[in-house]
Design a protein around this ligand. Structure first.
Ligand code: HEM
Length: 358
C-alpha cells in the first residue's frame, strides 16, 4: 500500500490508506466534481456539496441509524425517543468523575471501545452489552441473531439492577415483535457511541500524540476529524434535484459527497495534509466551507453532542496519564471497511515508549 508521509509530524508517523482511498486522494483532491463509477458522481467542491445536500433531505434508506428495521419504518418519534434515551445514558456516564486509575494502554481502537462500553453501558445485563460488541460488526447476520435470541430471552431484572434508559425502552415493549424491533434500535444507537468515538480518538492519538499542553481537546478533535473523517463519505441516491443543481449529474447518477477530499483541498486549507490543531484557533467548525465531519448543516449528526464530550474525556485521560503511540509504530493502516480509523494502534506510556526507543 502507498504511504502518505505528510499529515503526521509527531513521531514521524504516516497513514497508509487502503488503495482505493489512496487513489481517490491522489486523483481527485481539489476537484469539484468527477465521475467515480458509471452510475456514481463524486463531489468534493464545497459550494457544490452544500447545494446538493441542501437540495433535498436524506431519504429513509440513506439514514444509516434510522433506516427501516427489516422493512419496518422507524418513525420520527421512535428515532427521537431512542436518541433521547441514549443521550440520557451518556450524560449520566459523563457526570462520573474521571477514574483515578484506568489502564488504557494496549491496542486501539479496541481499548477505548471497551472503556466507553463499560462507562456508558457497563451496568447493563449481558444481553444488552453483547449488542455493542465489536465482533458483531463483522456480519449483520450475527447482529440479527444476537437481537433475536436476546429478545426471546429477556425478562425484567429485579429492581435492584439499575437499567439504562435505553434498556428500559426495550423491556417496556409488550410483544416479542416490538421487543425485537426495540433491541435492534438499541443496537443502532448504542453501538456508534462506542465505535465512532473510539475511532475518532484513536485517529487523534495516531495523528498527534503526545499533544502540546496548551492545545485544547476540541481543536485536536476538529483537526483529527478533518484529516481522518470517521464518516468520510455521504451517499445520496439519484434524484432529479441533483440534476437541477448541476447539469453534469445525470438523472440516474448517485452522488457520493466526499468530506475526505474537501478536508484536504489546498484551496481551502493552508498546509492541508499537516496535523495542525492550532488552525482551529481562528476557524469555526460550524461554518468552515467544505468541513463536514458531521454532515450538512440542514441535518447534522444527531449524535455529535454526545461524541464531543466523550472524546474529550478520553483525551483528558490520555493526556493525564501521559499516553502516546508506541514509538516502534511508524505506519498506521486505514482499511476500507466502513468507518475511517487507523487500526491496531499500540498505545503506551510516553515514559515507557521513550525508554524502549532509547
Ligand atoms: C465520530 C462520531 C460521528 C461522526 C463523525 C458522525 C457523522 C455523521 C454524519 C456525517 C451524518 C450525516 C449523514 C448524512 O447526511 O447522510 C450523521 C448523521 C447522523 N448521526 Fe452521526 N456521527 C457520529 C456519531 C454518531 C453517534 C454516536 C450517533 C448515535 C448515537 C449518531 C447518530 C446519527 C444520526 C441519528 C444521524 C441522522 C441520520 C441517520 O438517521 O442516520 N452519530 N452522523
Amino acid at each position: 500500500m502507498p504511504e502518505r508521509s505528510h499529515g503526521a509530524p509527531h513521531g514521524g508517523r504516516t497513514v497508509r490508506f487502503a488503495p482505493r482511498i489512496d487513489a481517490l486522494l491522489a486523483q481527485h483532491t481539489g476537484s469539484d466534481l468527477f465521475r467515480l463509477e458509471p452510475d456514481t458522481i463524486g463531489v468534493a467542491g464545497p459550494d457544490l456539496m452544500d447545494a446538493l445536500l441542501h437540495s433535498r433531505p436524506a431519504n429513509a434508506e440513506e439514514r444509516p441509524t434510522f433506516k427501516p428495521v427489516r422493512a419496518r419504518r422507524v418513525s420520527r418519534t421512535d428515532a427521537s425517543t431512542f436518541m433521547q434515551a441514549v443521550s440520557t445514558d451518556v450524560r449520566a456516564a459523563l457526570k462520573r468523575p474521571l477514574e483515578p486509575t484506568v489502564d488504557l494502554t494496549g491496542s486501539w481502537p479496541q481499548v477505548p471501545h471497551a472503556y466507553l462500553r463499560d462507562l456508558v453501558f457497563g451496568r447493563e445485563r449481558f444481553r444488552f452489552r453483547v449488542l455493542v460488541d465489536r465482533r458483531l460488526e463483522l456480519t449483520p447476520k450475527l447482529t440479527w441473531s444476537a437481537v433475536t435470541s436476546g429478545a426471546a430471552l429477556l425478562g425484567r431484572p429485579g429492581s435492584q439492577v439499575p437499567l439504562s434508559k435505553l434498556a428500559s425502552l426495550v423491556l417496556d415493549s409488550t410483544t416479542y415483535e416490538d421487543r425485537r424491533y426495540a433491541m435492534y434500535l438499541y443496537r443502532r444507537v448504542a453501538a456508534p457511541v462506542c465505535f465512532t468515538v473510539a475511532a475518532l480518538v484513536t485517529n487523534a492519538v495516531w495523528l498527534g500524540a503526545p499533544f502540546d499542553e496548551d492545545t485544547p481537546n476540541r481543536h485536536i478533535i476538529h483537526e483529527a476529524l478533518r484529516l481522518l473523517p470517521v464518516s468520510w463519505n455521504i451517499l445520496r441516491v439519484a434524484s432529479p434535484e441533483f440534476t437541477a443543481v448541476d447539469g453534469r449529474i445525470g438523472e440516474h447518477d448517485d452522488v457520493l459527497v466526499l468530506p475526505l477530499l474537501s478536508h484536504r483541498d489546498p484551496k481551502l486549507w493552508d498546509d492541508p495534509d499537516a496535523f495542525l490543531p492550532e488552525r482551529w484557533n481562528d476557524l469555526d467548525p460550524e461554518s468552515q466551507p467544505g468541513y463536514l465531519p458531521f454532515g450538512h448543516a440542514d441535518e447534522r449528526c444527531w449524535g455529535r453532542h454526545m461524541v464531543l464530550p466523550l472524546a474529550e474525556r478520553l483525551l483528558d485521560l490520555v493526556r493525564r496519564d501521559g499516553l502516546t503511540v508506541d514509538p516502534g509504530r511508524r505506519a498506521g493502516a486505514v482499511e476500507l471497511d466502513g468507518l475511517m480509523e487507523v487500526s491496531d494502534v499500540r498505545v503506551t506510556h510516553a515514559r515507557a515508549g521513550a525508554a524502549l526507543a532509547g
